[in-house]
Write a protein that binds this ligand. Sequence first.
Ligand code: NCD
Ligand code: ZN
Length: 437
Amino acid sequence: MSPVLIRGVRLYGAGDPVDVLVDDRQIAEIGAGLTAPADAEVIEATGQILLPGLVDLHTHLREPGREDTETIETGSAAAALGGFTAVFAMANTDPVADTAVVTDHVWQRGQDIGLVDVHPVGAVTVGLAGEQLTEMGAMAAGAARVKMFSDDGKCVHDPLVMRRALEYASGLGVLIAQHAEEPRLTVGAVAHEGPNAARLGLAGWPRSAEESIVARDAILARDAGARVHICHASTAGTVELLKWAKGQGISITAEVTPHHLLLDDSRLASYDGVNRVNPPLREASDALALRAALADGVIDAVATDHAPHAAQEKCCEFANARPGMLGLQTALSVIAETMVAPGLLDWRGVARVMSENPAAIVGLADQGRPLAVGEPANLTVVDPEARWTVTGDELASKSTNTPYQSMTLPATVTATLLRGRITARDGQARRREVDAP
Ligand code: NCD
Ligand code: ZN
């Protein structure tokens, strides 16, 4: 693998521009005016920013089972182009990732493609049915070393099952991530319960469906002495509960999606199925509360909840559209728009919520590392001044269900490096075969 010289970047977007030499999978040298070794690939990045590679705790890659909508290969390309060096692929595939056979397959497939580390998430319950715990220990001990378990797409709603899952996970040192949705409160629900849904005649999903589970699980985690992670926090009330729980010393962490930070339920008026997502787009006041919580650390991390769906599953009546939106290639830009532009986070803060914190939450030793000599070269180069217009057809994902269609957003990822190898550059993903020695 040839060395890479990144010229003229500012580390975390601050300080004087420096050159960064990457060799032998690591950051080999940082300094001004470094000379490129003869065989080096040079990235001219004057005016650009260097961040640690981004880590996504919540991605749906659809393989196995729905390879018509996304594969580990197309999803990996979207991830690399979005600046990610590690993603966590949710377990709601077909078959469900509830055995080591499936989780090891997903991990190995990701390694063979080599664009991003694809960490499989194991299911908490067999078949996501919410009844019988999976053999988490076997998945954690397999080749994939599964670190996170979730029934995402569904809530582990039985409190006794959730209690046992937390106890079991705590003993194994792995993380339970909860899709917080009390199913009795969301029967038939397709949109945020509020004036907009009422006016449009859409069945409402109340904030309480999320908040009642967040409160319950905080208490269960407290009494089990376990950690719990809340997926896609979407309401101002969840923010208050997280504040309370963290104040009590409960081991609780939470993620927020880019779409819940930028979009709200005023978009529903078009009845366009692209806006259907779980949890639903909330009100503008919720989005503002989520932004403030991400800025002050009450919410720990950004996670995309990248959820590809086929055109026929989205271009239909709103209530029949599948919930979920693409997110991998637009995440950094949406964070630039919602958090950096208004001054809520600087780029140092972006590195924290999109790389360091997610890596720490799940215990990834080689990601979210400092930009320093001797560290693994998992890196993302960002042009903060560039702007681009999103077109679903041009995204690497096999599906096109982006809610940002035709929107112009700030910041582009110009290069991504995984263990010193360029996985994306100037809008092109580079599979391992392309430049293998
Ligand atoms: C996800 C999916 O499509 O798998 N959909 C969604 O609306 N977020 C499931 C999930 O993350 O809950
Ligand atoms: Zn979910």
